[in-house]
Design a binder for this molecule. Structure first.
Ligand code: SF4
Ligand code: FES
Length: 254
């Protein structure tokens, strides 16, 4: 990017700054940024970093809505900065803040420790339900089997759904929508045999019943994963598991 970009257009980008070693609390800092219609909010931030203020911190990698690292609040909505364009803010200003409901590490960078611990707890990989030898070849899926979980496999861990979820905001113990989408992706895979273990998480005190069906998580998801659907399907399953345990005194099989 060169300093001469912009063709005469200017936008004011207000960024929530927070550098823990010197700022007592987060504060808004404004920058005048020249832009063209093809520039994303991420490119606006990169302009600031390159030409106006090298101390600004934010995460990004792919620049094409694949890596999930540039999630932030943009004019109050959880969005990917690389998928949001400066031209869409005709009032001439846009406010950019760290994702809601997460502790701020620095400026627009949030701490993800909580999410990563929850992710690990659901074992987000296929745990084969039966041994297969190499000689048996590929473990193929039919199109119908793939259909059951494909949508949920598109999650990029961007955390926008967490910033959108009022219940996660109130209770950070809630496993939350993105984790439930990933849990469902593996539970619904016909090759996997670890659903009972993962359902311990889904049916726990921190699990799906914290959800009050607001649905904003699915609205903001940039990959159309529909985490609210995953939560709902697992509410039904967790309730079924609960009643099955009631009628099978020794804990029962699922
Ligand atoms: S479900 Fe959607 S919004 Fe939530 S983490 Fe995955 S991709 Fe992001
Ligand atoms: S930079 Fe990868 S999703 Fe935006």
């Amino acid at each position: 990017m060169s300093e001469s970009r912009g063709n005469g257009k200017l936008i004011r980008i207000e960024v929530l700054r927070y550098r823990p070693e010197q700022d007592e609390e987060p504060f808004l800092q404004g920058y005048e940024v020249p832009f063209t219609d093809d520039m994303s909010v991420l490119q606006g931030l990169q302009y600031i970093k390159d030409w106006l203020d090298g101390t600004l911190s934010f995460r990004w990698s792919c620049r094409m809505a694949i890596c999930g690292s540039c999630g932030m609040m943009i004019d109050g909505e959880p969005r990917l900065a690389c998928k949001t364009f400066l031209r869409d803010f005709p009032a001439g200003s846009v406010r950019v803040e760290a994702l809601a409901h997460f502790p701020i590490e620095r400026d627009l960078v949030i701490r993800m420790d909580d999410f990563l611990a929850k992710l690990e707890s659901i074992k987000p990989w296929i745990i084969p339900k039966e041994e297969r030898s190499l000689a048996q070849g590929e473990y193929l899926q039919t199109p119908a089997q793939l259909d059951v979980y494909e949508q949920f496999s598109s999650c990029i861990n961007c955390l926008l759904c967490y910033a959108a979820c009022p219940q996660y905001g109130l209770n950070p113990d809630f496993v939350g929508p993105g984790i439930m989408a990933l849990l469902h992706r593996y539970n619904a895979d016909s090759r996997d045999g670890a659903a009972p273990e993962r359902m311990e998480v889904a049916g726990s005190e921190a699990g799906v019943f914290n959800c009050t069906a607001v649905g904003y998580c699915s609205e903001v998801c940039p990959k159309h994963v529909d985490p609210a659907n995953a939560v709902n399907q697992n509410k039904t399953r967790a309730a079924g598991d609960y009643f099955l345990r009631l009628v099978t005194p020794k804990g029962g099989a699922r």
